[in-house]
Ligand binder design. Sequence first.
Ligand code: FAD
Length: 475
Amino acid sequence: MSTPTPHYMIVGGGITGLSAAFYLKKRLEAEGRPFRISVVEKSAAFGGKIHTLEKEGFVIEKGPDSFLARKRPIIDLAYDLGLEQELTGTNPKAKKTYIVRQGKLHRMPPGLVLGIPTQMTPFMKTGLISPLGKVRAALDLVLPKREITNDESLGHFLERRLGKEVLERIVEPLLAGIYAGDTFNLSLKSTFPQFRTMEQKHRSLILGMMASRKNVPEETAHLPAAIRNSVFVTFKKGLQTLVSGLVAALESADLRKGLGVASIRQVGQQAEVQFEDGSSEIVDGVIVTSPTYQAAQILGHFPAASELKKIDYISVANVIMAFDRKDIPFELDASGFLVPRNEGSTITACTLTSAKWLHTAPEGKVLLRCYIGRSGEQEWPAWSDEQLISKARHDLRNLLGLTAEPLFTEVTRLNHSMPQYPVGHLEQIARFREELSTAMPQVLVTGAGFHGVGLPDCIRQGKEAAWQLADRIIH
Ligand code: FAD
């Protein structure tokens, strides 16, 4: 009697799930093992948060728009899919970034890395920080390191190293772009563990950041020449290229859209997956990659799933607007600007998309993207699209003098989309995973809610889960 082909199921067809399926398939093929892989996606499309829209010659990202070039997993994946020639970098003529201070745009001083000064002269000259605030930030050079091993909040760490002003006026708005969070509620160990390492190794965050910058050319040496000098990278036709590439590479897999998973239970040495349409299937291994609040529901009967409920998600909206170049009353020589919390604006940032990414707009046209919503500013989901557009236009009028009527607008609502890793997050998810591996060894749970929200981190986590499943179940 022949043994049935082992069947592995990936729940969620975002970048984590598609990467997990891709690397599981690659590994099993390389080992010459028989297998069947299914990817089950609740919505009508693969890609999760990634959504590129091509409209009237514009390339519009409604979710993520790019990634950090120095993070290898996504570049490796582009090579694995034969897509490396599709990669493109930012416009070198639009490298400046601005920060709003008392209603005016100030240039971010050159040499800031994640908001940490690495060149003292431009930092000392900036109008963004008061003389006292600069002296306080410079204290980082002499303050002793703190000998603690416990987690602490990112805000608390940055305030004790660089002072309140640098935190509030520069670092927080910058990092808010990544987490949309309140730095005092975010775990240092889970968001920027390198900051702690720098403090431990160099005593000072500034000195640590300066030392780490020296390694940058080495880190980018592996990149195709076209993107080697760009901090951020994307695909010429948008991030959808990556999703389409993964879906094409998974052609032989069983890709199901519009089907949600309701629950997963251990049944002997296998797992029973119950779908929202009432059907069910027995499989040999599962990787769940949905947001953690959905994973907590799927594993609702499992007590340790309550750890996943501790991860809050922030909702964000984007208002994207297209204009005629002639209607734009300012230079397009910057990538955009950030708005700190206390400025009284609705928008938290604005990307001058077509200045930063030359491929995103046709000749003579301009694309702008405004961000709305962050921790503590969660009233926007009650607003209509018209209200979101009107508030974004009001802010652009005040900050940039932009009064023209847009050619068109696109509003994206990403409810519960930005995970907020709480202080102690690493310990919480370690506890969850340990208990899960004992109770349900056939089931792994991963994705943006665990070890990094950026696309490269999601790909890494998808790959790690695939390899873990292969090691745990198959061997
Ligand atoms: P998701 O993309 O959320 O995918 C999970 C999938 O699971 C979804 O498709 C969902 O429908 C599905 N699902 C849920 N429940 C079920 C169920 N019960 N059954 C079956 N399927 C289910 N990162 C960057 O690197 N660069 C950026 O520029 C960037 N910008 C961002 C901008 C915004 C506005 C947001 C919200 C995020 C941004 N990020 C960025 C972060 C990054 O996009 C996400 O962290 C990443 O895409 C998450 O991928 P994922 O696969 O883990 O989760």
